[in-house]
Write a protein that binds this ligand. Structure first.
Ligand code: SF4
Length: 399
């Protein structure tokens, strides 16, 4: 056994001599089968969080679904799918079985290891299903987060999106926009903290959800940010560009002082005809104004470019005007430019509008071409402190 601070690594052998170990940290518990290169990760409460098992990666959501990912036959590509319930249950049973074998071999283990193994034993499939129901009573569906926020503690100050009319977006289609009252929000946060318990230690930030939560008027928003726990965690949120200008730079500075660290804007494109066709609120000048205000207030900013939006019809203008808009933005170190591939949604108006207009969806290779062209055309305002490029794959999202 080796121990360092709050981190404890305990090694043992399972039946048939299989070497295994348990890593107990404040933020997670890891069960490792070393020679077989399997690993299972649990949150500090003992709930299965993810696994690498038999060549596949798994992530379990708090509403108890499991996304599996594995390398595709084509080099550099990967495949993924949500497991059927019985498959997800099977994965949980494998984790439980291994934890049980470790517990049987843990008679002389340190108390922290015995406590961690006891916590794993509590979370069988029935307990995780009951937990899913509890989660769904506290949250409306968490539609999407930026990829840098998948390990955030989500608190829903609003539900849905105040615009909810972009033709490609279905994230909040069935959720009418509403702002929680201060009392409702206080109760929600208390319920969230009770639900996570010690598993809050796994969360690295607080995400103020859903879309456009920052439209809440200043006094209410400040009170809400100031009351959030854990107080030390930085706060993040989405907003659409059109709404940023309803707050002054001084307002954004106050929100920064209240812990707001980064704001993410779905800019999609710098091409105004495309933004109009997508029914985005605002235009490219609104996005530039929004980013300029947020940066003037000292906030980190991320912007999302929707590759392939508007298909073949808008491709040229989309790339050229997106490069021009990004180059005009005062983005620097700590800021992110996300590339998100357009993914047609069956129940979004986009497909019907595109078909009626004779617009062809672009193949994946053309989307990579758009990404490469935008990267190549981008010139950071301060080349010594450029923003970072990253992929935003909405199919990877698990909360
Ligand atoms: S503003 Fe964002 S969340 Fe709202 S409908 Fe448009 S893309 Fe969807």
């Amino acid at each position: 056994m080796t121990g360092q601070g709050p981190r404890l690594h305990w090694a043992t052998r399972l039946p048939a001599g299989r070497p295994a170990s348990l890593l107990v940290r404040p933020a997670a518990i890891n069960l490792l089968l070393e020679e077989e290169q399997f690993s299972f990760t649990f949150d500090p409460l003992g709930r299965l969080h993810g696994a690498f098992y038999q060549g596949r990666n798994y992530r379990r959501s708090l509403d108890n679904r499991v996304l599996a990912k594995w390398p595709a036959a084509e080099k550099g590509q990967k495949e993924r799918r949500w497991l059927a319930r019985e498959e997800a249950r099977g994965l949980v049973q494998v984790a439980q079985g291994l934890a049980g074998q470790m517990a049987a071999a843990a008679a002389d283990a340190p108390p922290a290891v015995a406590a961690a193994l006891a916590s794993l034993a509590r979370w069988d499939w029935a307990a995780l299903e009951a937990d899913r129901q509890r989660f769904q009573q506290i949250y409306t569906p968490v539609g999407i987060l930026p990829p840098d926020q998948y390990l955030a503690l989500v608190v829903q100050a609003t539900h849905g999106c105040s615009h909810n009319a972009c033709t490609f977006c279905t994230f909040y289609q069935d959720i009418p926009f509403r702002i929680k009252t201060p009392e409702q929000f206080r109760q929600h946060v208390a319920d969230v903290l009770d639900f996570f318990g010690p598993a809050v230690a796994m969360r690295r930030s607080i995400f103020l959800a859903d879309a456009n939560a920052l439209v809440i008027p200043m006094p209410r928003l400040r009170a809400l940010l100031q009351g959030l726990q854990p107080a030390a965690l930085p706060r993040f949120a989405f907003i659409d560009a059109f709404h940023v200008e309803r707050k002054s730079v001084a307002d954004w500075q106050e929100l920064r002082a209240d812990g707001l660290a980064r704001v993410t804007i779905g800019m999609e494109s710098g091409h105004d005809p495309l933004l109009r066709w997508l029914n985005k609120p605002g235009d490219a000048s609104d996005v530039l104004d929004a980013v300029t205000r947020l940066k003037a207030a000292g906030l980190q900013t991320s912007v999302i470019v929707l590759l392939g939006a508007g298909g073949d019809r808008y491709a040229q203008g989309h790339v050229a005007d997106t490069v021009a808009l990004l180059n005009a933005m005062p983005l620097g170190r700590g800021d992110l430019i996300y590339f998100s591939d357009f993914v047609p949604q069956a129940d979004a108006p986009y497909a019907g509008l595109a078909a009626a207009a004779g617009i062809e969806t672009l193949p994946a290779a053309a989307l990579r071409g758009q990404e490469n062209a935008i990267r190549a055309g981008f010139v950071a305002q301060n080349p010594a402190r450029p923003p970072q490029f990253a992929r935003y794959d909405i199919g990877e999202f698990v909360y």
